[in-house]
Write a protein that binds this ligand. Structure first.
Ligand code: ATP
Length: 591
C-alpha cells in the first residue's frame, strides 16, 4: 500500500467533523488496507507505532524535526524559523518548504506504508549516545523521499501531533461495521479490545478471522487486560442491598494496582494504566517467580509500601520512591512492598474472566503460596451491615482506604475495562490530620522480625482513664524508633515485664509481652479513627467501638518526666476525635 493512499484518507478524515462520516472513511480505509499491515495502519492512524503498553514512543521534539526539515529541503535556518513562527505546525512547515524542491523528486520511487513505518520504528528505537543525530538523519532521509503532503503527516506523527481525532474507540466502530456487519456487533470488538489493550491486534484478528475470530478472541500473556473498576456507595446498607444481600468484602489497599503476567520464569508487571512497570519492581518479579504455582497466569494485586522493620503498611506516597530509573536496587531495599492478590484472570491456558468471583478466588488461593510479603487480600463474606462496618473500620485502622465489596452471585464475572456495580468501593468521605502529639503509656510489645529480631518490633500504647483508673489501648507503634532506641527499649522495659496483661489495662489486642504501665512515650499519628480493636473511649462515640491512632510514630521523646497517670487521657483523645470531625464538617460546609 502506498503511503500517499493513506495520506489521501487522512486529508479527508481531517476535514470532517462528523463522527459518522469519520467512521465511514475509516471503514473505506481499512477495506483498502492489505490484512498483513492492517495493524500498522491502525497504529499510525491513532498517531502511534505500537500499542501504548509497549512503552516505546516517538515523541521527537519540534526542534529536532525542524532540523530534519532543513536538511531535507535545503532551506536556510532562517527560512525554517520564519515558517515555524508563522505556521506553528511542524507538519505545515515541512509541507511548505519541501514543495519548493518538487522537481528533484519527480522520478523518485513512491513511499509505501511499510517504508514509512520501518523508518519510524528505527527513529523510536534509536538509543544511547548519538541517538539524536541518528533520529535526525533517518527523518531527513524519509522526508527527502516524500511528497510534501506525505511529509506533513510524517512530521505530525513523529512529533506526536497527528490529531486526526481518531481514537481507539472510533477504530472499534469501524471494525464492527466492516467485519461484524454493523454496530450491533460492537460489544464483541470492545471485549477483544478490553482483553488486549491492543487496537492494532484486534484489527489484525478481525481482518484474518472475521467476526468468528473476534468472538473467540483469546487473552495473550504480555498484552494487558483493561482493569475492572468499582462503583461507589457510602453506607453498608446500600452496598448489601445492591449486591443482593451478601458480598465478598476485601480490604481496599492503598498502593499501586498491578496486573502481573507470568509465563514460566518470565514476569511482566503492568500498571493500572497498562504501562509496563516491570523494571521498577525486580523484587516483585522474584516473589512471583517463586511463589506463584502456575506455568502461565495473569493475576491482579495491590502493591503496598511497608515499613521494613515492622511489616506495617505505609501510605501510598511512599511508593513514589520506586518511580526512578537509577539505583533501583537501593530503592527496593529501602522501600519494600507487600503484595495483596485479589483476582486471577487467566490460568494455564484457561480464560477465567467469565467465571464468577468465588471460583476465581478459589483458583487464586490454590496457586498463591502465601508468606510475609505475598498474601491474598484480607476478606470476609459480609451478610449484615454491622459486620461490614466493623470490617471497614478495621481496614481503615490497618492503613487501608476502606473496602471493595464484590458481588458473589453467578454473574460476578471480571468485566474488563468497565466500571460497574459488581464491585463497590466503600471509602470514607473525609480525611483529617492529627496535629497534636500525645503521651502514651507502654503496656505491651510485639516481637521484632528481620532487622528487629531480638528486639521489639512494635509497642502497644495506651491512654489513661482517670475516672476508672485504667489504661486503654489506642495504637500499636512500630515507626520512628532509631537503632539506638531499639537497643535500649528491651533493657528499659525489662523491669516492668509481667506474665499476663495488667489488670488495669484494657485492649482487644494480644501482645507477645505485657508490661506494667510505667514508661511514657510521645507519639504522633495521621489521625484518630474508630476502632473495633482498641479500647480508648470504648462506646463513647459509637457502640462496640473504641478509638485508635492511625499511622502512629514515636517522636523520639521519652517522657520520663511523666508518670503513667500524667499520660494523655482517654477524654482528651475523644475530644481530639470530635474536634477533627467538627473541622471536617466545617471544611465540607466551606467555612
Ligand atoms: P480510587 O482512587 O478509589 O482508587 P480508581 O478509579 O483508581 O479509584 P476504583 O475502581 O475506584 O479505581 O477502585 C478500585 C481500585 O482500588 C483498584 O484500581 C485497585 O487499585 C484498588 N484496590 C485495592 N484493594 C483492592 C481489592 N481488594 N480489590 C480491588 N481493587 C483494590
Amino acid at each position: 500500500m502506498l503511503f500517499s493512499e493513506l495520506v489521501s484518507y487522512y486529508e479527508k478524515i481531517e476535514k470532517t467533523s462528523s463522527r459518522i462520516e469519520m467512521t465511514n472513511l475509516l471503514v473505506e480505509l481499512l477495506k483498502a488496507t492489505p490484512p498483513e499491515i492492517i495493524d500498522k495502519v491502525v497504529y499510525l492512524t491513532v498517531g502511534e507505532i505500537y500499542p501504548p503498553f509497549v512503552g516505546i514512543e516517538l515523541g521527537v521534539a519540534d526542534k529536532l524535526a525542524l532540523r530534519a526539515v532543513r536538511l531535507a529541503s535545503g532551506a536556510s535556518e532562517r527560512e525554517v524559523q520564519e515558517a515555524y513562527s508563522k505556521l506553528g505546525d511542524v507538519g505545515l512547515v515541512g509541507e511548505k518548504l519541501l514543495s519548493k524542491k518538487t522537481q528533484a523528486t519527480l522520478f523518485m520511487e513512491q513511499l509505501t506504508v511499510q517504508d514509512v513505518y520501518s523508518a519510524l520504528e528505527k527513529i523510536a528505537k534509536a538509543s544511547g549516545e548519538g541517538a539524536m543525530e541518528t533520529r535526525v538523519q533517518i527523518l531527513s532521509g524519509l522526508l527527502a523521499s516524500s511528497q510534501p503532503k506525505e511529509a506533513k503527516y510524517i512530521l505530525r506523527i513523529v512529533t506526536g501531533k497527528l490529531r486526526l481525532g481518531v481514537a481507539d474507540m472510533t477504530i472499534l466502530d469501524a471494525l464492527s461495521v466492516l467485519y461484524g456487519g454493523g454496530k450491533e456487533t460492537r460489544e464483541y470488538f470492545e471485549r477483544a479490545y478490553n482483553l488486549s489493550s491492543d487496537i492494532g491486534y484486534v484489527a489484525k484478528v478481525a481482518a484474518a478471522e472475521g467476526l468468528e475470530g473476534i468472538k473467540k478472541f483469546k487473552i495473550t500473556i504480555g498484552r494487558p487486560i483493561r482493569p475492572m473498576l468499582a462503583e461507589r456507595l457510602s453506607s453498608p446498607e446500600e452496598i448489601l442491598e445492591k449486591l443482593g444481600g451478601a458480598g465478598l468484602a476485601e480490604y481496599k489497599y492503598d498502593g499501586e494496582r498491578m496486573q502481573i503476567h507470568k509465563s514460566g520464569g518470565k514476569v511482566i508487571i503492568f500498571s493500572r494504566r497498562q504501562e509496563n512497570i516491570t523494571s521498577q519492581y525486580p523484587d516483585v518479579v522474584e516473589m512471583v517467580r517463586e511463589n506463584v504455582g502456575a506455568g502461565e497466569a495473569i493475576l491482579e494485586c495491590e502493591a503496598v509500601a511497608i515499613d521494613p522493620d515492622t511489616g506495617d503498611m505505609l501510605p501510598f506516597q511512599e511508593l513514589m520512591h520506586r518511580k526512578r530509573k537509577h539505583d533501583i536496587l537501593k530503592a527496593v531495599e529501602q522501600y519494600p512492598v507487600s503484595l495483596y492478590f485479589f483476582d486471577i484472570l487467566y490460568l494455564d491456558g484457561e480464560d477465567l474472566t467469565l467465571k464468577p468471583l468465588p471460583e476465581r478466588r478459589k483458583r487464586l488461593e490454590s496457586i498463591i503460596r502465601e508468606n510475609e510479603r505475598m498474601k491474598l487480600s484480607k476478606s470476609i463474606i459480609a451478610r449484615d451491615p454491622e459486620s461490614l462496618e466493623r470490617f471497614f473500620q478495621e481496614a481503615i485502622e490497618a492503613g487501608c482506604e476502606g473496602l471493595v465489596v464484590k458481588s458473589i452471585e453467578e454473574n460476578s464475572i471480571y468485566r474488563a475495562g468497565a466500571r460497574g456495580w459488581l464491585w463497590i468501593k466503600y471509602k470514607r468521605d473525609y480525611k483529617s490530620e492529627m496535629i497534636d502529639t500525645v503521651d502514651l503509656v507502654v503496656v505491651g510489645a510485639f516481637h521484632g522480625r528481620g532487622r528487629r529480631s531480638g528486639s521489639y518490633g512494635a509497642l502497644l500504647m495506651a491512654a489513661y482513664d482517670p475516672e476508672r483508673d485504667v489504661f486503654q489501648s489506642v495504637c500499636k507503634v512500630g515507626s520512628g524508633f532509631t537503632d539506638e532506641d531499639l537497643r535500649k527499649l528491651p533493657e528499659m522495659l525489662e523491669p516492668y515485664k509481667i506474665p499476663r496483661k495488667h489488670a488495669r489495662v484494657e485492649t482487644g489486642m494480644e501482645a507477645d509481652v505485657w508490661f506494667e504501665p510505667k514508661l511514657v512515650l510521645e507519639i504522633i499519628g495521621a489521625e484518630i479513627t474508630l476502632s473495633p480493636t482498641h479500647r480508648a473511649g470504648w462506646g463513647v462515640i459509637k457502640e462496640g467501638y473504641g478509638l485508635a491512632i492511625r499511622f502512629p510514630r514515636f517522636t523520639g521523646r521519652y517522657r520520663f518526666d511523666k508518670s503513667p497517670e500524667d499520660a494523655t487521657t482517654v477524654k482528651e483523645i475523644v475530644e481530639m476525635y470530635k474536634h477533627q470531625l467538627k473541622k471536617i464538617t466545617a471544611e465540607q460546609a466551606g467555612v
